[in-house]
Design a protein around this ligand. Structure first.
Ligand SMILES: [Zn+2]
Length: 400
């Protein structure tokens, strides 16, 4: 089955096409873009008034967490089955909002790995998932209720190999304390540079990538020096850290939505006191670090940290809106949500941009999000690998 979308504004992951164009794809990949009206198709969509984007990518989610006020409290009491049901629903909310690829960076019981497999086998519908499974943390480290605790290079090596054996696409490592775990300081380093380096080596030996939760400066630098693929949050960046990231090609996943929602809802709506207090301390630094990173040319990848308080799966547009509010152009924000994360996850040979022979992952939204970012909320169609998984418009013409 071949589908054609004509008269559509198209952003291909790199640039916004100047004139309206046509895109044709089958139930797997993109066949042609441009002046291709002579090709016969089975289904035609008039893209008038719509913008076509590559499938969006949220590079920092927790599918097993719902975005309740105190997620770690919920996580501790969840059984494996409880977490799995949440993960299915949350993954589908991501997909139907236009997020066709998610990178899950921390799930109890390796639920994200099982969910990825179930989706790939066609047992249930959902987005493409790159899964870390359980994070690797020091004893008592950030996120320990869902993690493998490991101390010293040998234990970290064992934990890394255990996760790779379980099928992890990437390793998630905690390089500093965090906002959500009681009793740990976001500024304090956790896994050491040597421990982080060992995990990075194991991941790279297996052709996989790494992500470090890193908020304070010392831990951020440890992670960059250790060869981490992506720095998550990056709250306290200084000039040297930014220079190191540019030089080594380290990606930054700022997760601007996470502190935004904690601040917006706060104590009145049940966010734990320790999280609200720490959040107030870090928020301004976080925005400044993000601005400085953009100016210096650090590669930025969009990620929401969905699952943290009031940060719901399916609300990716908030992250894009904040990126623009804090200084990115809409084009840069969309690159950070398409081609750049595909490169960071090493899947850019398959997806992340709209080009011939790439997978037909695409989203159609009403309006023009390059003029008004909130238009990205008006999702009309979602195609994953050429198959229509969401259509809120009945005007599809099918030819038999
Ligand atoms: Zn997170």
């Amino acid at each position: 089955m071949k589908t054609k979308i004509k008269n559509v504004h198209l952003f291909d992951g790199m640039k916004l096409h100047k004139d309206k164009t046509t895109i044709i794809f089958d139930e797997k990949e993109i066949l042609a873009i441009g002046d291709v009206n002579s090709l016969s198709v089975d289904m035609e969509i008039d893209g008038e008034g719509l913008t076509c984007l590559p499938g969006l990518m949220d590079c920092h989610v927790h599918l097993t967490m719902d975005g309740v006020a105190d997620p770690f409290c919920e996580l501790i009491s969840d059984s494996e089955a409880d977490g799995s049901f949440r993960a299915v629903r949350n993954a589908q909310n991501q997909l139907y909002s236009g997020v066709i690829t998610v990178r899950n960076v921390g799930a109890n019981h390796n639920i994200d790995i099982a969910l990825r497999n179930a989706i790939e086998k066609g047992i249930i519908e959902g987005p493409r998932i790159l899964a870390s499974g359980k994070p690797i943390v020091m004893t008592g480290g950030h996120g320990y209720p869902m993690a493998i605790e490991a101390d010293g290079v040998d234990e970290v090596r064992k934990a890394a190999r255990t996760q790779l054996k379980a099928g992890a696409d990437l390793l998630k490592l905690m390089a500093t304390g965090g906002v959500m775990t009681d009793g740990v300081d976001p500024n304090s380093p956790q896994l050491s540079e040597e421990e982080l380096r060992c995990a990075c080596t194991e991941a790279s030996n297996a052709g996989k990538t790494t992500a470090a939760h890193a908020q304070g400066l010392a831990g951020i630098k440890n992670a960059i020096r250790a060869g981490i693929t992506t720095i998550e949050h990056g709250i306290y960046l200084d000039d040297e850290a930014i220079e190191m990231m540019v030089e080594k090609g380290t990606y930054l996943v700022p997760t601007l939505a996470a502190p935004y929602f904690i601040d917006k809802h706060g104590l009145e709506e049940g966010v734990p006191v320790h999280a609200v207090k720490k959040n107030q301390e870090v928020m301004e630094h976080h925005k400044q670090s993000f601005r400085r990173a953009i100016e210096a040319g650090v590669k930025i990848v969009a990620g929401t940290d969905a699952g943290t308080p009031f940060n719901r799966h399916g609300d990716f547009p908030t992250e894009l809106e904040l990126m623009v509010e804090y200084g990115m152009s809409p084009i840069e924000a969309f690159r950070s949500a398409t081609i750049i994360p595909a490169q960071a996850m090493k899947i850019s040979d398959k997806t992340g941009s709209l080009e011939e022979c790439k997978l037909a992952d695409l989203v159609l939204v009403k309006g023009n999000p390059f003029e008004n970012m909130s238009d990205v909320r008006n999702v009309v169609y979602v195609f994953k690998e050429g198959k229509c998984v969401l259509s809120s418009n009945k005007k599809i013409l099918t030819f038999h």
